[in-house]
Design a protein. Sequence first.
Lengths: 493, 95
Amino acid sequence: MTHLNELTIAAARDALRAGETSAVDLTMACLSAIDAGDWLNAFVHKTPEIALDMARAADARIKAGNAPDMCGIPLGIKDLFCTKGVESQAASNILKGFKPEYESTVTTQLFNAGAVMLGKLNMDEFAMGSSNETSCYGNAINPWKVDDRQLTPGGSSGGSAAAVAADLCLAATGTDTGGSIRQPAAFTGIVGIKPTYGRVSRWGVVAFASSLDQAGPMTKSVRDAAIMLGAMCGHDPKDSTSADLAVPDFEAALTGDIRGKKIGIPREYRMDGMPAEIAKLWDDGAAMLKDAGAEIVDISLPHTKYALPAYYVIAPAEASSNLARYDGVRYGHRANLKAGDGITEMYEKTRAEGFGYEVQRRIMVGTYVLSAGFYDAYYNRARRVRALIKRDFDNVFAAGVDAILTPATPSAAFGLGEMANADPVQMYLNDVFTVTVNLAGLPGISVPVGQDAQGLPLGLQLIGKPWDEAGLLNHAYVLEQAAGFVAKAEKWW
Amino acid sequence: MSIDIDTARKVAKLARIRVEEADLPALATELSGILGFMEQLNEVDVEGIEPMTSVTPQRLKRREDVVTDGNIQEQILKNAPDAREGFFAVPKVVE
């Protein structure tokens, strides 16, 4: 028998409409699963009272008829989203105790649609990390386990991925600056989509790198991603980069018909030393799309190699500017000062105590590349390379390619602590397949397609044309159906 | 381009993050490593390419230049580590 917390959004929606269950029952099942799942350290602020109030309201609304699809669906919310009156710390000690007086646009839209908030989810501090090991709350843990080791759920949306994969919630919000939705989705065998830059409002989402950040859903199926994305999208006057475009019915776009579509396989993504399992998964995915009637074409994205170094100039530069606001004056932590300490000591001590090491390092890299004398050599050069990376994609789409298929990650989930002594650049390589998509502002989705020899999930990424989330989701739906990935983490927690 | 200890100290100062003297050599080495990785960008021919300012070719929206909110002093100060008499309080700035 399926427990209520194991349902997909689509199944729960239909069961709620049919009167077979209630939002309160769904919510209670998730709250029990969350308490039993403390070991995973996915939920870092639980909000059971809020959840039950929202669930009761949702039940009334469903009873009255015409409730939106997300009505009564229990969700986890990444700690990066500001939620009114509820801790929103971006997993940082510098925001310890911060309770926003306002609600982010994304959560406002989800809650207006009747979705239920179960609590806030673990993540890397300020979304800077690929393993959820930089969090002030400690590591989130992957529910997948193959030996004695505890594995990372990926990052930065590691808590979101762990919570969805372990059925602590029906779905979760994530954010993605360089792969932070897609990599953890791949590491935990779930679906995660980063929409086109500007599709989802960034208002009320703690900023990391504003020209790259996008929020998106992390779900148990492609259909769920389509449903939840629809509720998150839309124009927001409070975000000047939010696109004033109509939001299509993404679920209706899941026709399963991709006959005649052109799928590009970028040769530059076949990196030296790519594990045979990843290469095979990629080939298998291409074969599945071909069997569905798509045409597979070899394409070239010549500047791929330069995406990571460009990203690791641009993202820290924007972060150093965005994170300047954490100064111990308006919110969060302020250091205890010695007699005679002035305002500069207050800033310096507050930021040294409040920011974790990875965040400090990135702020300093950003500060350096923006400093006088280096701005042109690093920051402007990286922005010019970024323009070339985007042009590579523009050229491919102009040549008639509908979507691009790549691996989502260079490996399956690795053990927590295994990268502790590695060079920071080694950790950055996790983003090698995903970061190009943020630089080009494109939509990208990670779909679970297979398992490695140990049984850990592996995902493929599909990249779509700007604003074509509908087409992209349909391609992902075909891949999902063909792959038939149904494995779940065996419960050990 | 490698970062020496003086440069690391200067960067920490500009970033307003206190770094102890003893930690500067390790920081300098790490920053050098990361910047070394970025050196690859010098291989790219960027002649005639404008630095990207916006990833989507959209004109930013304009709105009337009017006050759209305000009178929320209490909410603004609510999360302040030190707020007094309707103001943010900070250590003495002017001698």
